[in-house]
Design a protein around this ligand. Sequence first.
Ligand code: ZN
Length: 511
Amino acid sequence: MKKLRLHVLAFSSVLLPLAGLSGNEANPDAIELAPLPLPVEFTSDMDNPVAFDASTKVVVDCPDAAAAGWLAAHFAEWYGKFAPKVQLATFNANFPTNAEAYAVKVDAAGVKIAARTLAGVRWAAYSIRQLVIAKRGIFKTEGHLLPTLSISDAPHLAFRCVHICWMPEMRKEQIERAIRLAALMKFNYAILEPWGMYRSEKHPWWGWPEGKMTKAEVRRLVAIGNDLGITLIPQIAAYGHAGAGRSCTLKNSVLDLQPEYEPLFEPGGWNWCLANPETQRVLRELIVEMLGDFGNPPYIHLGCDEAQPPTCPECRKRPYGELVCEHIANLAAFTKEHGARAMIWHDMLLDRDDPRWKGYVKCGSKLTATLADTLPKDVIICDWQYSYGDMKETRKDWPTMAYFKEKGFPVAGCPWRNYNAMKPMADFIAEIGGFGIIETTWHHLRGNDWVKMFRYGSSAAWGTPVRKGMPQYDSEFAIALRLVGHDMKVKDYRDTGHVDYQVPPSWWIDN
Ligand SMILES: [Zn+2]
């Protein structure tokens, strides 16, 4: 069997057997593409490749006037003098209702792309780019080949997001690689959490000295994201996690070096002091500054996870649930006035003693759980369910997400490294009409965890299973990551592969 053929019914969790992917018996086929398309039809035949070079005509049917120019510019960037020609034409494409859907047809006559929007054209281009290989039998690249193929593809969920943490230990190149790779894997949003790295002009004390997340760098990354089709969303931990440090490290990016700002925080420094009016002032000024740097995005994440009981006399005067609700509701109303809907983590909204949530992540008390009744319903609840104790657990029901949906909130599922649960979680979100998927990565954006978080996360959000068994290790991830490196023109050894060093430098000394 020469043709590699995969049929999946759009918006169905039913997948016909992947055994159909095998190619000729001597040489099994490979699709080095992530995420796999969720097609009406997807056929690909690498045993009958066609030229993809300066002689190729790529005909684009897209009502968006920017699409053909975007495609031509990026083909020129990716393929240089071997770039195919782009031509806008109408071939009576039957555009699907999904704004991000696209169709690609590759045969001896050339390449055809149909999409209703620039977003669809981008996803088509990224699918093509991952499937392109250099011409064979020569010393250096002189044009490319594509398998003959036919794709009709559309995403399962409209909001497909990665949550990227700019830890102080991370270089700016690592952040850019993650954003570019997320776009290539068809995520369309990325939340960027600063962890003390944001360099505020209004409040230069907020964070570690010499933070790498400067205004210029943020604006540069936002512009890259806008070009590539991934919208960057800022984050401010506006309740707990106020010191922007991991709880297990006891680091506080403000108080460790600048004790004079103690009144803004609860004694101990984990929560902001919510009773202090200066806290609201500072947070509002930071929100305005960040939204400006991020180019006024449609959302802002306010954190709010893992908060602790109040310890200062002012915060303890009132029921804490009331104070917390007032604080978050005020900030959410404020961000909305500035054009950005607030997102918060879910855990304080669930009473940890409520038997309904047994086995699910919940960190709140009876008081903070009242927020689920009092918060404005347009706040997006980011429900992180990591299946503590068994990260390999496969779950199909997500009662906490159903609960928030029933309460009237838009709810996003956040699976982190809960790989086996990602697809069922995304399917569940789609079924209940939820908001989307946020693939949290925390301090694991390196090594195999990075590979799996992006492969499983992007596939779940797009609606397709992860291809098991890569032909040459994790080559589908490697190809995408290498393309990102080429786009960035990386020269540093550490900016290749998914780890800085193949052998940790200390080993040479210790062993
Ligand atoms: Zn206080």
